[in-house]
Design a protein around this ligand. Structure first.
Ligand SMILES: NC(=O)c1ccc[n+]([C@@H]2O[C@H](COP(=O)([O-])OP(=O)(O)OC[C@H]3O[C@@H](n4cnc5c(N)ncnc54)[C@H](O)[C@@H]3O)[C@@H](O)[C@H]2O)c1
Length: 431
């Protein structure tokens, strides 16, 4: 469903009217393409407080001065008090106006120190600072906060957030663990030699995820219900992968996937999902349970089965799909909201154990309003409100969720674990 308002605001009369009436003015977002894999030029490297972070070791293209930076990396890991916050203000205040359109601001923070409430206050303050800047910076620019202790472990995350791949990710806080992340990979095709399975991959967001993981070199398996087999085969054929017709709610779905993948699996993307909206007073048990079965029970069951059978091998990645409706709640979606909040609980609890016992990370993406068949069926006025109620004043595209999934699936993202990353343009819902 085309966003006609976005096209209109790009015309001269559109610009005039939106300015006069104070209407939202979405900027066309710059996204990854083979012709434009990254922004031109270095990112501006600023520091507040005394930092011990070795950013040079990441090989990121950083410079200490730039007139019109495409990205700004503010290292505030050394901020321990209110004076340090003043340094963060002093560093960004003079340059924020010069950040290029669709530019990126990434603030680096430290984990909160439970034994030092001044440090914890200052570091938590950075979250409110980054989120507020995200709401005012406009022009397709994004602002995110990464809490880290080791720059090298966070390299894949910083590259993603500073790139056109993260066009619809803003106002997020990502925590990256420490420690060396030893993974060798091909920079252009980081998933080459790896197998990825995408549930619900025949269309919509799942199709985009399969495409993006294939672009990154993965051999993809496109799983969908038997009724969608023709579409799943069409996607798989285009990507040089295979299709698997399977209802993910089948009791033995995990075993059947394991049988279909005797050589093992590296990336498991739980994308299949359904909605059956009704207010609770009108919701029969069948509508409740079908949503809980597809969106949550099958995710729990297949993840357990594929970890237990060893099909998901060490170095593997699980990426589950939550939703901002699971974080904020949504009228008419008690079933859907419950299922998606359940996904968040699964990720937070399983992540440390899956990494310790199987060498597998577990994270979630939480899409906001994404332009798909699911959102095209929402009544016009509610759809228009959903599209605009975010800092970028527009809906995201399936590829935005796909790029976020590809970052979490990256071989160098082993220190990103237990995270729930919203792909919502900093939606006001659940903020
Ligand atoms: N579109 C959005 O704005 C949005 C927002 C938040 C979250 N999400 C989530 O993103 C995911 C994808 O959404 P979408 O908009 O692309 O949906 P979609 O309806 O376009 O595609 C979902 C796919 O999942 C498949 N599927 C459904 N039940 C299945 C089952 N039992 N077994 C196997 N496959 C099954 C469908 O056949 C379909 O191909 C879902 O989990 C959805 O809840 C979407």
């Amino acid at each position: 469903m085309a966003d006609r308002y976005l096209s209109f605001t790009g015309t001269a009369p559109g610009r005039f009217l939106t300015r006069r009436l104070g209407l939202p003015r979405p900027a066309p977002l710059v996204r990854w393409s083979p012709e434009r894999p990254s922004f031109d030029g270095d990112s501006l490297h600023l520091t507040a407080g005394k930092s011990k972070l070795d950013l040079a070791a990441t090989g990121l293209p950083l410079s200490l001065s730039s007139e019109r930076p495409a990205g700004v990396l503010l290292d505030a890991t050394g901020v321990r008090d209110v004076e340090g916050l003043g340094e963060a203000h002093a560093a960004l205040h003079p340059v924020v106006r010069s950040v290029a359109a669709s530019g990126r601001v990434v603030v680096l923070g430290a984990p909160l120190d439970p034994d030092d409430h001044h440090q914890a206050a200052a570091q938590q303050a950075l979250e409110g600072f980054a989120r507020s800047l995200g709401k005012e910076i406009a022009g397709g620019r994004t602002v995110n906060l990464v809490r880290l202790t080791d720059a090298v472990a966070a390299e894949s995350t910083l590259r993603f957030l500073l790139s056109p791949k993260s066009a619809y990710v803003s106002g997020q806080v990502v925590e990256v663990g420490g420690g060396p992340v030893t993974a060798s990979f091909d920079r252009d095709r980081p998933l080459s030699g790896r197998t990825a399975l995408v549930t619900g991959g025949a269309r919509g967001i799942g199709e985009a995820v399969a495409e993006t993981l294939a672009r990154d070199g993965a051999r993809v398996v496109v799983l969908d219900v038997p009724a969608a087999l023709a579409d799943a085969e069409r996607v798989a054929e285009r990507l040089g992968g295979t299709a698997l017709a399977l209802d993910i709610t089948a009791d033995d779905a995990g075993e059947r996937i394991a049988r279909a993948l005797p050589d093992g699996l590296d990336v498991l993307v739980h994308n299949a999902g359904i909605t059956r909206d009704r207010r609770l007073v009108n919701m029969p048990a069948e509508r409740w349970s079908s949503v809980l079965q597809v969106n949550l029970a099958s995710v729990l069951r297949t993840t357990d089965a594929l970890l237990a059978s060893g099909t998901l091998r060490s170095g593997g990645r699980v990426v589950a799909t939550a939703s901002i409706a699971g974080l904020a709640g949504n009228a008419g979606q008690t079933n859907y909201g419950a299922s998606k909040a359940g996904v968040v609980g699964l990720v937070r609890s399983l992540a440390p154990r899956a990494l310790a016992e199987h060498g597998v990370t577990v994270n979630a993406v939480a899409p906001g309003f994404i332009e798909t068949r699911m959102t095209a069926s929402i009544p016009l006025f509610i759809r228009e409100a959903g599209r605009r109620m975010n800092s970028l004043s527009q809906g995201g595209l399936p590829v935005d969720v796909a790029e976020t999934t590809a970052w979490l699936a990256h071989p160098a993202s082993g220190a990103v674990n237990g995270q729930v990353v919203r792909v919502c343009g900093q939606s006001l819902l659940g903020a």
